[in-house]
Design a protein around this ligand. Sequence first.
Ligand code: ZN
Length: 221
Amino acid sequence: MAIDSKPLNLLINTHWHFDHTGGNEWFHAAGASILAHENTRKHLSKATRVEGNWQYTFPAAPAGAIPSTTFKDEYSLHANKTTLMLQHYLPAHTDSDISVHFVEADVFHTGDTFWNRNYPFIDYSTGGSIDGTIRAAEANIAKVTDSMIVIPGHGAVGKKADLILFRDVMAEQREKVAALKKQGKTLAEVIAAKPGARTDAEWGNGFMTPALFLEWCYQGT
Ligand SMILES: [Zn+2]
């Protein structure tokens, strides 16, 4: 598949974060309308504070960057000879996450509910949690077939096996952190115990360090 010279007419946001909506104003100016979950519109319409390691208040997006079409649970459309099925997740990475299934092409886009071999950022300020992240991973595994191409929010394009690995790594570290926290360990002690030693070298060298990811696990257990 290649990008052709036809005019842009539709942009889909998988959630509200700036690294997935930062092109909205440009795409809108180039002629595209913007489609997203209703909570993406809500968060982009006003100043939104994100705590955790971001510690930043995102200003309201410019008018052209605000999604003009929104939905709550599901939305389907037909474009470029394929059916697009959009579905909202229960709160996971944020409260605005959607998946996009390109049915005939057999491609499934998970947005930021799936980071392929990278520890995820989890936005507790707008509804995300480690348990919601694991729940969304389970939903993705139930939905995806062995033949599907899976597009993550971050990391390389993958397959169902990569989703299963992501779910297993999330669940394992959540359980280890929960057990240490129950023993009364502080966050610093949990980080020092290196519960992710098996995957830290590969998964913790991107946007999220092992310590930051453990903070999300600690906060949610
Ligand atoms: Zn995100």
